[in-house]
Design a protein around this ligand. Structure first.
Ligand SMILES: [Zn+2]
Length: 303
């Protein structure tokens, strides 16, 4: 294999059918999927999820409809999908919920996927707030969302399960709902798949070791692939739902991913007064990973 030198060359290999995660495994051997591998894979595949759900309306009805009914039972006033991709799950869940949460947010590592997600949401007449962020350092204040859920987000993060659970739990108020592969449930083929792709393992054990209350863990009702079945795990955090006033502004939830203090909007970008970091808003999309932060101690007075 010729080693690609630039991201354009990686994309050309992807366009010719290369598996980006496997490519990075060969380039960077190690026990876990590197953040760069995940990000590259996710960004280059932007558009693929929308194509998939458009071609599989029955799957959408089943998978997203079942999740919508589950979330309906929790009556969330606010909802966050971590690892939202192109918002194909979030948009279709919101479109199927009986009582739509007043505030629906979603984030993903890859800007291109969020951009696709905004287009998809607009076409479906649903308007969640989508932003770029990293599940290892969620740019959201503590106890913000009644329900936080994932759909195959922890999946590619073997070795980081506890850190991610801790972050997801931190920003949740009442429930954390995880639709992820399980090495304990489901078919032997799925278990082999988890090992082959180094997917996450032992989520109930990690949750228990963190002292979290797992109230449900079972194979989910639907799977987009029998080779990679989905399991449902629900953690109850149990804080009361927080009524927010009508003057609520959307910057309310955002926090600096580095220090977790509230961000403020200034001249079209987000700013952290503690870290002096400017987080840019690009194409209307807030970019809120520490890697995006531009050190600018004079931003408030000079910009
Ligand atoms: Zn900060």
């Amino acid at each position: 294999m010729t080693k690609p030198k630039t991201m354009r060359e990686v994309k050309e290999m992807y366009d010719r059918g290369a598996n980006i995660m496997k490519l990075f495994h060969e380039l960077e051997p190690g026990a876990t999927n590197s953040l760069r591998a995940i990000l590259t894979s996710y960004d280059l595949q932007s558009g693929s999820y929308i194509k998939f759900v458009t071609e599989h309306p029955e799957f959408v009805d089943n998978y997203m409809g079942t999740l919508a009914r589950l979330l309906d039972g929790m009556l969330p006033a606010s909802l966050l999908e971590a690892g939202v991709g192109e918002a194909t799950t979030l948009v279709n869940v919101l479109a199927r919920m009986t009582k739509v949460p007043a505030e629906a947010y979603g984030f993903d590592l890859a800007w291109s996927r969020i951009a696709c997600g905004n287009e998809y949401a607009a076409a479906k007449k649903v308007s969640p707030h989508l932003f770029v962020g990293n599940v290892m350092e969620i740019p959201i204040q503590d106890d913000s969302f009644d329900v936080v859920y994932t759909s195959h987000t922890v999946e590619s993060n073997r070795g980081r399960e506890k850190d991610i659970l801790r972050e997801l739990y931190r920003v949740a108020r009442r429930y954390l709902v995880l639709l992820e592969p399980s090495n304990e449930l489901g078919s032997e083929e799925s278990k082999r798949h988890i090992e082959e792709f180094r997917y996450c393992r032992d989520l109930p054990r990690h949750a228990a070791e963190l002292g979290y209350k797992v109230i449900e863990h079972r194979l989910y009702d639907y799977h987009w692939s029998q080779r990679n079945q989905t399991s449902l795990m629900i953690i109850e955090k149990g804080l009361a739902s927080q009524a927010r006033d009508n003057e609520y502004c959307r910057t309310d939830f955002y926090a600096c991913p580095a220090c977790k203090r509230p961000l403020e909007m200034h001249k079209g970008n987000y700013y952290c007064r503690e870290c002096f970091l400017v987080y840019p808003v690009i194409g209307g999309i807030p970019c809120l990973a520490t890697a995006h932060g531009i050190l600018a101690s004079k931003y408030l007075e000079k910009a």
